[in-house]
Design a binder for this molecule. Structure first.
Ligand SMILES: Cc1cc2nc3c(=O)[nH]c(=O)nc-3n(C[C@H](O)[C@H](O)[C@H](O)COP(=O)(O)OP(=O)(O)OC[C@H]3O[C@@H](n4cnc5c(N)ncnc54)[C@H](O)[C@@H]3O)c2cc1C
Length: 453
C-alpha cells in the first residue's frame, strides 16, 4: 500500500497553508485503491496553481497527479491529442509546438496540468472568441469514488462530463483526456498595444473591435483616480503571419530564443508590495509606447513564468487572487465600484487584468459567462483583507456576477449559492458519482458543496 507523507500545502497565493496526508500514486491501480479504501476524504491535485484552497484538503488526503504525465497520441488528421491528466502545458508546448500545435485555450501560466485545466474549465485571452477549454475537450476518463473508470463526453456519461468540467476535482480523478489542439504557423504573435486614458476609453476599445483579435487582454491601473480611473494598456494579438516575421525568425519559427530565467529565491518582506511600489510600477507600465510589436508566445501568454516563485514577492502571509466576471450591461458600474473600493481601502494590486468573456461552456460550476472579467492580486493583511474581499463579493453579486473558484479562498457559502445557480444540479450528479462525499476539499467544505441527492 502506498504511503502518505504529512505535509503542509498551499495554493499559489500561499494563503491558506494547511496540513494533509499527501500521496503520489504512480499507477492507476494505486489511485483506485486510495480512492476505494479511503479512510479520509481526498482531493486530486495537479501543479498547485489554483490560488486558494481548491487543491487543499485540511486534515484529509491529497492525491498528487503529476506522475501521470504521458502524452499518448496525436492524430495529425484532426489535431486531437490524447494524454494523461498530469501532463503539464509546459510539456505539451515542448513536444507539440515544434510540430505546429498550440493549446486551444491557455491560462496565464504554463505550469498547470491538463487535469487541473479541465477541473477549473480554464479560460484564456481568447475567451471572447473561442470560449473555455471545455469547447475543445472531446472526452476524458474519470475515476470515480467506487473505483470505476467512466468515459465522459458530450454523448457518453454527459452529466459527469458537464459536472467535471469546472467541477474542481469533486467528481473524481481525471486520468486522461482527448483535447483538440490548435494548428499554428509559428511561435510568434503580432501584438497591438493601445492605451486607454480611463475606464470608459478601455471599455470602448474592447467593444469596438475585440472580435478582430484572437487574443485580447488589458492591464489596468488600479491606483489611478478621478478622471484617470481605470486607465489601461490593451494588448491584443493574432498569431503572426509569415510576412510579419524577420528572416532569422523564419529560420526558427517554433523556437524563439530562450530568455534568462529569474527567480525570487525567498519570501520577500510583506511591505515589498505597497501602494508606493505599485504606483511606481504602474507609472512605468503605462509609459510603454502604443503600436504593433512581435512577441514570442512565452512573453505574450506567460510573462510571469519568467520569474520562478514570483508568488514569494508577497511575503510569507501570501496574497489572494480575486477574479470576478459580470455581465456587459453592468460591467462599467461594477468596475467603477470595485476600483473605488480598492483605492479607498488603499489596497494595491500589481496585477490587474481586464478581459472580455464570450458564451458560457455548459460546465455546471464553470466560471466564465458573457461579460467583462477583472483579476487582481491582493496582499494578505489578515482579517481586513478578508473583509475587503467579502465587500468586493457583495458588489459583484449586486451586479449579477460571480467569483472564480480556482482563485477563491474567502467567499462565503451564501455568496457561492447566489453566484452559481447550477450548484444543486452539480450536487445531484456528485451524489450519483460519489454518494459518500469522498472527494472533498477545503474549498468545497468552506462553500458547502457536497453530495445532495
Ligand atoms: C500565474 C497564473 C495565471 C493564471 N491564469 C489563469 C487564466 O488566465 N485563466 C484561468 O482559467 N486560470 C488561470 N489560472 C488558474 C489555473 O489555470 C487553474 O487554477 C488550474 O486549475 C491550475 O491547474 P493545476 O494543475 O495547477 O491544478 P491544481 O491547482 O493543483 O488544482 C486545481 C483544481 O483542479 C483539480 N484537479 C487537479 N488535477 C486533477 C485531476 N487529475 N483530476 C481531477 N481534478 C483535478 C483540483 O482538485 C483542484 O480543484 C492561473 C494561475 C496562475 C498561478
Amino acid at each position: 500500500m502506498i504511503r502518505a507523507k504529512k505535509m503542509r500545502l498551499a495554493g499559489w497565493g500561499n494563503s491558506p497553508c494547511q496540513a494533509a496526508d499527501v500521496f503520489r500514486p504512480e499507477k492507476i491501480a494505486e489511485v483506485r485503491s486510495l480512492t476505494t479504501n479511503a479512510q479520509k476524504t481526498l482531493i486530486p491535485r495537479g501543479l498547485g496553481r489554483s490560488y486558494g484552497d481548491a487543491a487543499l484538503n485540511e486534515n484529509g488526503s491529497v492525491l498528487l497527479e503529476t506522475q501521470f504525465d504521458r502524452l499518448l497520441a496525436i492524430d495529425p488528421s484532426t489535431g486531437v491529442l490524447e494524454c494523461e491528466g498530469g501532463v503539464s502545458f509546459e510539456d505539451l508546448l515542448q513536444v507539440l509546438l515544434p510540430r505546429g500545435y498550440f493549446p486551444p485555450v491557455t491560462p496565464g501560466t504554463k505550469f498547470v496540468t491538463v487535469g487541473g485545466a479541465i477541473a477549473a474549465d480554464v479560460h484564456g485571452k481568447n475567451h471572447h472568441r473561442d470560449g473555455s477549454i471545455a469547447n475543445f475537450v472531446e472526452q476524458f476518463e474519470l475515476l470515480i469514488a467506487d473505483g470505476t473508470v467512466l468515459t465522459c463526453s458530450r454523448t457518453e456519461n454527459t452529466d459527469a462530463f458537464w459536472a467535471t468540467l469546472g467541477g474542481m476535482g469533486l467528481t473524481g480523478v481525471i486520468l486522461s483526456a482527448r483535447i483538440k489542439m490548435r494548428k499554428v504557423a509559428s511561435a510568434y504573435l503580432s501584438v497591438d498595444y493601445q492605451k486607454a486614458p480611463n475606464l470608459d476609453a478601455a471599455l470602448e476599445l474592447f467593444a469596438r473591435n475585440d472580435k478582430d483579435y484572437e487574443y485580447s487582454v488589458a492591464w489596468i491601473d488600479c491606483l489611478a483616480r478621478h478622471g484617470a480611473m481605470g486607465r489601461s494598456v490593451l494588448m491584443r494579438a493574432n498569431h503572426a503571419k509569415m510576412e510579419e516575421m524577420s528572416e532569422t525568425q523564419h529560420d526558427n519559427l517554433f523556437a524563439p530564443p530562450k530568455k534568462k530565467k529569474r527567480a525570487v529565491p525567498f519570501f520577500l518582506p510583506g511591505f515589498a508590495v505597497s501602494p508606493l511600489s505599485v504606483r511606481l510600477f504602474n507609472h512605468f507600465y503605462y509609459k510603454q509606447p502604443p503600436g504593433w510589436r512581435l512577441a514570442d508566445y512565452d512573453s505574450f501568454f506567460y510573462p510571469l513564468d519568467a520569474i520562478s516563485n514570483w508568488n514569494r514577492g508577497y511575503g510569507r502571509r501570501g496574497f489572494f487572487q480575486y477574479q470576478a466576471v459580470f455581465p456587459l450591461e453592468t460591467a462599467r458600474a461594477c468596475l467603477l465600484e470595485l476600483l473605488e473600493k480598492l483605492t479607498s481601502a488603499r489596497s494595491a494590486s500589481f496585477l490587474a487584468v481586464l478581459k472580455t468573456m464570450g458564451p458560457a461552456s455548459g460546465g455546471m460550476l464553470s466560471f466564465p459567462m458573457p461579460g467583462q472579467t477583472l483579476a487582481l492580486d491582493i496582499p494578505n493583511r489578515g482579517t481586513q483583507t478578508v473583509d475587503l474581499l467579502r465587500q468586493l463579493d457583495a458588489i459583484v453579486l449586486r451586479h449579477g456576477g460571480r467569483v472564480y473558484l480556482a482563485k477563491d479562498a474567502c467567499m462565503t457559502a451564501e455568496s457561492f449559492r447566489a453566484m452559481y445557480p447550477r450548484a444543486s444540479e452539480f450536487e445531484k450528479v456528485k451524489a450519483s458519482l460519489d454518494p459518500q462525499n469522498r472527494f472533498s476539499s477545503s474549498l468545497s467544505r468552506r462553500l458547502g458543496i457536497g453530495a445532495r441527492a
